[in-house]
Structure formats: C-alpha cells, structure tokens
Ligand binder design. Structure first.
Ligand code: GLC
Length: 745
C-alpha cells in the first residue's frame, strides 16, 4: 500500500483498532476515543441535521450537495428519509466518510408509521395508558423496521386553546393526565431500551410552553409566570425524561422574552441542570436561525453561539451551526468544550442505539415485511380508535343502532374519505397503497345486516358554499329510518401552522345538518376534527353526536363498532369544548377569583360574561356511554393526613344499564386555602373500570402528600397543611361524591 493511501486509511485503521480495543470499553470511553480522532469540522458535522428532500429529488447520490456533505463528515442526522432502501443508501454514503460515523435517521412518527392510530388528542380521551403505550409500541416496531432510529414524539405541550391547531398532537389540557400519557408514549417508543432493533429513540417536544401561544396563533409569543411554567407546562416534560426519553426538541416560541432555542434557563438551568438530562437537545426546524427574526440575535453566527451555549446541541435545517461554529470556536466566542459536550451527547445516543456496531441494523427487509403486515397492529389500531370516540349526546338512547335497520342514509363529505382518516402528522410511505385504510362507509357497510339498505349522499364539501348536493341528501334522508351524518374539518385544518380564529364547522356543513334535521328523520352526527370545534346548533338539535376526531387506518371499523354497539363508548374529553371562541382560554382547573360566577344567573358583578354562560359546551372529563353508572358509598380511611401519611378513598361504582361498559372514575382535589390561590379542582387520579350490566365494583384511590403538592410563589414545590376537598366525578363538572380531610403539620 503506497504512502498516500496508507495516510488516508490510517484514521480508519485507528478506528478499527480503537473499536476492537474499545469493544470492552464503556460507551463514554468509546465516545472519548472517537472524539479525539475528530476534527473540529467533523465535530460540528455531528451537530448538523438536514432533511431528505425526498424521493422527488431522485436517487441518493454523492452528486447531490447534502449527500456530498455527508461524505465529508459534515452531517450527523437526516430526517424524513422514508423507507428502508433510501435509509440504507444514505447510510452507505456516510460509511464513505473519513471516520464512518453513522447517520441518525429521525422521523415524525407521531401516531403510527404504516398502521395509523388516532391522533394523539383522540387517544388521550381513552384514558387508557396501556392502550396508548401499545399504540406507540406498534409505531416503534414498524418505524424501526423501516430504518427509523428516532421519532420526534411525544409532543407533550399542554393545550388549553383550540384555536391552536397543534392541540391535535398532544394530550389535552391537564398536566396530571398529560404527564402520565407522556411517560406511556416514551415507554412505548423506546420499549426495552435504546439498542433494541424494535425501539425508536423518543424526542419529547416542544420545550417549552409552546401551547400557550398568545391568541392561539402558532409560533406566537408566550409569557407566563415562572410558577405557571412549573405548575402546568413543565411536568409532562419531566415525566417523559424520567421515563427515559433520549432527546428533547426546543420550541419555536419565545418564552418570557427569550426564544426557547436560546433559553439557557430552560435548557441549562432546568433540563441539563436540575433535571440532569443526559441526552441531547435538537432545535425545531430552523428555530436556531429564527432567533434572528425574534430579534434576540443579530446574525447566523450570533444565533449559533446563543443556541449552542444555551444548550441546543443539534441544529435542524437552519445551517447556522455548520456555517459559523468553526469560526466562533477559532475566535474564542464559543469554547471548544461546549462543542465537545454537544457532540459527546449526540455520539452517546448513536452508540446506545448500536449504530457503531452495525450502521445498517435497522435496515432489515424481512423484519420490515413482517412488521408492516402484522394483523395484530390493525387490531391494536381498531381497539385504540374505538376507545377514542367520545359520545357527546345520545337522546332517547337512539344509539346503539340496530344492525338490522331497514334503511340507513349515510351522508356527508367524510363518509367515503380514505386518507382524511389519518389526520395530520401521518407518515406517507412510498409504494404503500392506502387501501388498508378502512373508510367509514366500508366499516358501516360491513356492520349492517344484508337486509339493510345503506344509502349514500355526499351532501356538500367540507368547505366552500356549494349547496347543490343538499337536495339529494334530503331526499335519501326522508327515505331512511336514521341518518348518519359525517362532517367536520379537513385533516389539514388542524396540525402545525393551522391556527383558526373561527371554530365553527367549515363550509355549509352545519346548514346541511339543519336541512336533514328538518326531515324529521333522527340524525346521528359524527364530527371528525383535530381539535374542539363549536357546533351549538347541532348540540341542541341532533339526536346523537359522536366526536370521532381522526381515528387512523381502522377508522371505519371503530366507528361501526360504536354505532352498532359492538363497543360501548367509554372515552372522556381531555380538552374543554367552548361554547364560543370568546370563552377561550377555558379550562376546568381554573382559579375561583374573588367574585366567582357559579351559575348562569348570577352575572351581576361576577367573573362572568353578560352575553354568554361561563360554562363550556362540554367540560374536561365529559363523555357518555350506553350504560349509566351510579356512584356511592364514599369512605375515607381517615379525616386527617399526617405529614408522612396517606388517605385511602373508597367508593362503589355500579353499571345501571343493560350494556357492559367502562367508566372513567375521576378523582379531583381542591386545596381550600394556599399561600397562592389554588384551582377549584385538580385531577389527581382516575380508574377506568369495566362493569357488566348490574355489576358493582369497589374503587380505591390513595391520596398522599405528592397529590397535595404545588408550586408556591417562588416556584418551589411545597405541601401546605390545611383543609382539602375530595371530589369523585364522572367528569370535572359531574361531581357525584364529596368529602373533606385535613393535612396536619
Ligand atoms: C416541525 C415541527 C416539529 C417536527 C419538526 C420535524 O416544524 O414543529 O414538531 O418534529 O418540524 O418535522
């Protein structure tokens, strides 16, 4: 081998030797060994993330600019690489770089990969942590088989404003429930741990308080007290990190005047300091460079310096790091040690994922074939979907419908839609046909009896003013025993950059509904949306309303299961539904104020509206089933709780109906006096109980000091002695049982 080729092969040979020797070494030792071999440019490359421009740009080839940079060791991660073959092609190029550091492939696998689950907000309404974890697990098994190492999920932003289209990605408005769901999703994604070939690394986002954007406008500013930040918005992130989330993504918004991507308080003081987070932080798309727009930095170099020093380790697609960090280090504006810390964090995750042992270990055609065609995944999706459907109204028990109905008119623009059922943040896999998605028409057609005549009319589009389809819809409605009307948003009306100032049903859909109601045929409405909408007319006049969100690839089967009683709906809202946009922000765990308006009558000099009730259309925790449940016999194990003690609250729940079903029994607490004002109630426990008709079960909750803790005016976690009210409810407003107890010093 001549001298020149020996020199170029030397680092690789050293790496082989280091790898062989390091095989016994720990990951930190292997990281440090590699770090010592890296040039500054290669280190900065690990902090640089690009998106794959997708199949549209043709084959992955070093002739393209991004691929060329990969080969030069200037890229650490690529997102949006779809399919195993393309992933393999990118990795092969990385293996031609000097140090052969594998690429990390990231993807928004938010609610499914091929098998699509309900949007996360819908899933949260199941209050079924096991099912939610299983949904993430299935997504991980499929995505990891397709070459994905890292998912940009779970999104854990608390959502109290349905004008913000991204509420569809989260778990609603409650911190306690949102924290439990955040942890469940991380467990599902990461499974047995990083390094398992059926696990994907989680990325908890968007850090932080992104959901509190002023006006519900995406990317808008957020300003709140430190106490609210700690009390309401941070806990789901801590829960995700405690569950082992490998990475965190910064949010686009500025928080209290400082962009989150350059916010050292959030990233250094809290995340990497108090919480001792050992993973790495990735910016959101372009958010490093967007600090220039925020006006907190003057140019790309200033943005890179600010973000890196604040604790953002990887730069998604802004190119500020790759374009300016080398000069900043050379000038002493950024210490080399800061770059090394970020690189160490990124390399550590790549080692933990096993990518250095086998860069192609996630690219296994046989495993991909099995994973993407496992019937158990469709079963899990159907189970999750039917558990996510919220029954909002069921006058005179019109539901469940009999499968042997003579004539059913299935009307609306969403009846035969296919991809709409996937909602926003679905994964469009190249070469995978959508025919595995079960439409609502297909689901209902399969459910009704052979003697049933199922009529169809679209009636109108989702938006627009065309009413020409009304007549045909009315005609078939008059011929039917019941109308099923499927209306709502288009799936791209919720999600990122989809804030709406008006939450009514788009287009002329509500008009169509009113025309159908005039026929006198009972109307059962399915509302498909990614957020709470406002539909007061329908709420008053329809016979029944099912909120079907976006249910994923088993939508049609899940809808039919609930409509015809093969599943008794058990979901409960995790976000408040306002009567009007004017009520927003509206949420259940509000403070009492000095002039509380309790009912609708006492508005005079009360914290109320002169023109509208203060009560929402549907409250947090609300959802009906086909069987009523009765609650009774609440007993506390003690009336006082000592400092280190706990109290057990026991009650009975009875299924007073004729359908077996599940009830989400909710425990709320109220701290009657605090050093800061305390919410009128806070969810502090729930049990999803399955009961046969007539069956009674005992339910027990344990209340301990942690249940009573809160952040005081200095944002310190405290527990204060005093009196508490304990409430057991079927919703946050439908409180069935109450008791009081005292915490003594
Ligand atoms: C988007 C989203 C973020 C997503 C990322 C990558 O802008 O804000 O949630 O993970 O870019 O697609």
């Amino acid at each position: 081998m001549h001298r020149a080729s020996l020199r170029s092969a030397l680092p690789f040979l050293l790496l082989i030797l280091a790898g062989a020797a390091a095989a016994q070494n720990t990951i930190p030792q292997r990281v440090d060994s590699l770090l010592r071999l890296m040039t500054l440019e290669e280190k900065i490359g690990q902090l640089n993330q690009y998106t794959d421009n997708g199949v549209a740009t043709g084959p992955v080839t070093p002739d393209n600019e991004k691929e060329r940079q990969v080969m030069q060791g200037k890229v650490g991660s690529i997102l949006n690489v779809l399919g195993m073959e393309r992933t393999r092609a990118w990795q092969a190029i990385a293996m031609r770089s000097r140090l052969r550091i594998p690429l990390l492939f990231g993807q928004d696998v938010v609610h499914g990969y091929k098998t699509t689950f309900p949007i996360p907000l819908a899933e949260s309404c199941s209050w079924d942590l096991e099912a939610i974890e299983r949904a993430a697990r299935v997504a991980a098994v499929e995505a990891s088989a397709g070459g994905v190492h890292w998912t940009f999920a779970p999104m854990v932003d608390i959502g109290r404003d349905p004008r913000w289209g991204r509420v569809m990605e989260g778990a609603g408005e409650d911190t306690y429930l949102g924290s439990l769901i955040a942890a469940a999703r991380v467990r599902g994604f990461q499974g047995r741990g990083l390094g398992s070939t059926d696990a994907v690394m989680a990325c908890v986002k968007h850090y932080a308080a992104y959901g509190a954007a002023v006006g519900g406008r995406d990317y808008n500013s957020v300003d709140m007290s430190e106490r609210m930040l700690w009390e309401t918005y941070l806990p789901p992130f801590k829960a995700a990190i405690d569950a082992g989330a490998g990475t965190v993504m910064t949010s686009f918004n500025d928080l209290n005047g400082v962009p989150a991507t350059g916010n050292a308080y959030l990233l250094r003081d809290i995340l990497k300091g108090r919480w001792n987070f050992g993973g790495f932080v990735v910016s959101d798309w372009g958010s490093v460079g967007e600090m220039i727009n925020h006006g907190s930095v003057k140019d790309a170099a200033d943005a890179a310096r600010s973000a890196l020093l604040a604790g953002t380790d990887m730069d998604m697609e802004s190119r500020c790091y790759t374009g300016t960090l080398a000069r900043l280090v050379a000038d002493g504006a950024v210490p080399a040690a800061a770059v090394d810390d970020a690189v160490r964090r990124v390399l550590t995750k790549k080692f933990e994922l096993g990518l250095f042992d086998d860069p192609f270990r996630f690219c296994d055609p046989a495993r991909e074939e099995r994973a993407l065609n496992d019937p158990a995944h469709a079963d899990a999706a159907r189970d999750m979907a039917r558990k996510s459907i919220v029954l909002l109204k069921n006058d005179r028990g019109i539901l469940p419908l009999a499968k042997g109905l003579k004539t059913v008119a299935f009307i609306g623009p969403l009846v035969k839609e296919v991809k709409q059922n996937k909602g926003f943040w679905d994964v469009e896999l190249p070469g995978v046909d959508s025919n595995f998605i079960v439409t609502q028409w297909e689901g209902v057609s399969a459910a009704v009896s052979r003697s049933t005549t199922l009529l169809y009319a679209k009636g109108c589009d989702i938006d627009g003013t065309d009413r020409s389809g009304f007549a045909e819809a009315v005609r078939i409605a008059k011929k039917a025993d019941v109308v099923i009307l499927s209306i709502g948003e288009r799936r791209d009306m919720s999600g990122e950059a989809k804030s709406r100032s008006d939450l009514s049903l788009p287009g002329v859909q509500e008009e169509l509904a009113m025309e159908l109601l005039k026929t006198g045929t009972p109307v059962v409405v399915l509302i498909n949306a990614g957020r709470p909408l406002v539909f007061n007319g329908l709420a008053e006049k329809a016979s029944a309303i099912l909120y079907t969100w976006w249910l994923g690839s088993e939508a049609g089967n899940a809808v039919a299961d609930v409509l015809f009683g093969d599943y008794n709906p058990s979901a409960k809202l995790t976000m408040t539904f306002p009567r009007s946009v004017g009520q927003i922000p509206v949420y259940y765990d509000h403070y009492n104020t000095g002039r509380p308006a309790t009912g609708d009558g006492d508005r005079f000099y009360r914290s109320a509206y002169t023109d509208l009730s203060i009560h929402p259309r549907y409250e947090f925790g609300y959802g009906l089933g086909y069987s009523p449940f009765t609650y009774g016999g609440l007993q506390l194990s003690a009336r006082t709780m000592t400092a280190g003690g706990s109290i057990r609250a026991t009650l009975t729940v009875t299924n007073a109906g004729r359908y077996a079903g599940e009830e989400v029994v909710q425990l709320y607490l109220r701290d009657l006096v605090g050093s800061v004002v305390r919410p009128v109630k806070e969810l502090r426990g729930f049990r999803k109980v399955r009961l046969a008709p007539g069956e009674t079960k005992s339910v027990t909750f344990t209340i301990d000091r942690e249940s009573l803790s809160f952040y005081d005016r200095t944002a310190r976690r405290v527990v204060e002695p005093g009196e508490f009210e304990l409430m057991i409810g079927a919703s946050s407003r439908d409180i069935r049982l109450k008791e009081r107890f005292e915490l003594v010093p």
